[in-house]
Ligand binder design. Structure first.
Ligand SMILES: Cc1cc2nc3c(=O)[nH]c(=O)nc-3n(C[C@H](O)[C@H](O)[C@H](O)COP(=O)(O)OP(=O)(O)OC[C@H]3O[C@@H](n4cnc5c(N)ncnc54)[C@H](O)[C@@H]3O)c2cc1C
Length: 389
């Protein structure tokens, strides 16, 4: 086994099997096409259907609702395998499983679980998580989109920004303000809603033209007096902000896994290229400057994975992992940015060309330091944990 890959021999047979299946599928059906999907900004519809058939849309859906019910570590290792082939594919499934699936499982009523989870496990329903707005990113409490009661209905209005899967999701799990301008309740003035995307008045915008993850659709979602019954409130009124923060622990771990996959792919390319590329009459891998770069790259990737695995173990032991999840995301994503930058350097001028894979990996890595909380926000969360109240 290569020292670049995760060590999985201590996992049980079924865990190993699923990680191997993900690796095999990702390397055969995804990796060879990822550059084309990126160039053409094309969502890989057929491959997503195959991933659904393999059960990957239901990785975190409990078995009782038709999902795989994977433990945290196995789930993250699958996301790493997918991201090693294509970061955009990985984030589609990471958002769907880490956020909507987790929130429905934790806070949904029996009827809501029955309605959504089996279809989400089969991939018949793709879900998105929608918190951010043009004026509310890091400051999530600044959300302005509203839900106002009208008899036994709710009327939703406003505009959400940067919704991953926003162009094709069937279900939007959305954080909306439910307090009134006269009595603002801060974090407690927000409620999570289950918004079917075919409800009249829900309009998703054109996909953003992004630096990376170009085959994953990121859109605005406008709400024009959308009417929903009370059955669409997830959990309790006023608890939405808390639910979002809870789910973001796993969301951030998913982004860390994605970052590790991106970094691993760029290292694999750099190692191969180092052996092929000749300068001064020998392969560039024989220069100590290149060897040391590669050694630092693999070390940072392994350290990221070790931190993430420890956090996954803590989750399985029922621990609260907010700061650890932030540490894993911070370290893995900044490492991915550093590692992909080194990979471009190993490739020299070719690394700057779209024809070579490390250029895409460098672009894909950047967003991992931004979404589901920027690196600055992760540092705020971690430092807060050092001074508990
Ligand atoms: C491709 C993509 C997909 C996304 N998908 C989703 C999605 O599916 N759902 C969703 O809800 N959102 C999504 N987002 C939004 C994303 O989570 C936000 O972009 C992110 O949280 C940062 O918010 P912002 O862009 O408003 O930046 P800002 O909050 O405006 O931050 C700008 C800069 O200021 C820094 N900063 C802000 N506040 C502080 C502070 N208190 N201390 C120190 N520094 C600070 C930030 O770290 C950053 O460097 C996505 C974004 C992108 C780019």
């Amino acid at each position: 086994m290569s020292i670049i890959e995760p060590f999985i021999s201590d996992l049980d047979e079924s865990q190993q099997e699923i990680v191997r299946l993900a690796r095999e599928f990702a390397q055969k059906e995804i990796a060879p096409y990822a550059a084309d999907w990126d160039r053409e900004k094309r969502y890989p519809e057929a491959v997503m259907r195959q991933l659904a058939e393999l059960g990957f849309f239901g990785m975190r859906v409990p078995e009782a609702f038709g999902g795989l019910g994977l433990d945290t570590l196995t789930y993250l290792l699958v996301l790493e395998e997918l991201a090693t082939a294509d970061a955009a594919t990985s984030i589609t499934l990471s958002v769907h499983n880490s956020l909507p699936v987790s929130m429905l499982t934790a806070h949904g009523s029996d009827a809501q679980k029955q309605r959504w989870l089996p279809a989400m496990a089969k991939g018949e329903v793709l879900a998105a998580f929608s918190l951010s707005e043009a004026g509310a990113g890091s400051d999530a409490a600044a959300v302005r989109a509203l839900a106002v009661r009208d008899g036994d209905q709710w009327v939703l209005s406003g505009e959400k920004a940067w919704v991953t899967n926003g162009d094709r999701a069937n279900l939007l799990v959305m954080l909306l303000r439910t307090d009134s301008p006269e009595s603002r309740l801060g974090h407690r003035g927000m409620t999570m809603f289950l918004v079917p995307s075919d409800t009249p008045g829900v309009v998703s915008g054109k996909p953003e033209d992004k630096m990376g993850l170009r085959s994953s659709g990121t859109t605005t979602v406008a709400l024009h007096d959308v009417r929903l019954s009370g059955e669409h409130v997830l959990g309790k009124e006023g608890e939405g902000f808390r639910y979002a923060l809870q789910a973001l622990d796993l969301g951030r771990m998913g982004v860390a896994a994605q970052a590790i996959g991106i970094a691993r792919a760029s290292l694999e390319h750099a190692v191969r290229y180092g052996a092929e590329r000749q300068q001064f009459g020998k392969p560039i891998k024989d220069f100590q400057a290149i060897r040391f770069k590669l050694a630092d790259m693999v070390s940072r990737i392994s350290a990221s994975r070790a931190l993430l695995s420890e956090t996954a173990r803590a989750v399985e032991n029922g621990m609260r992992v907010t700061e650890r999840a932030s540490m894993a995301k911070l370290f893995a994503t900044e490492s991915a940015m550093w590692v992909t930058n080194q990979a471009v350097q190993v490739y020299g001028g070719y690394g700057y060309m779209r024809d070579y894979p490390v250029e895409r990996l460098f672009r894909d890595a950047k967003v991992t330091e931004i979404y589901e909380g920027t690196s600055e926000v992760q540092r705020i969360v971690i430092a807060r944990g050092l001074y508990p109240k």
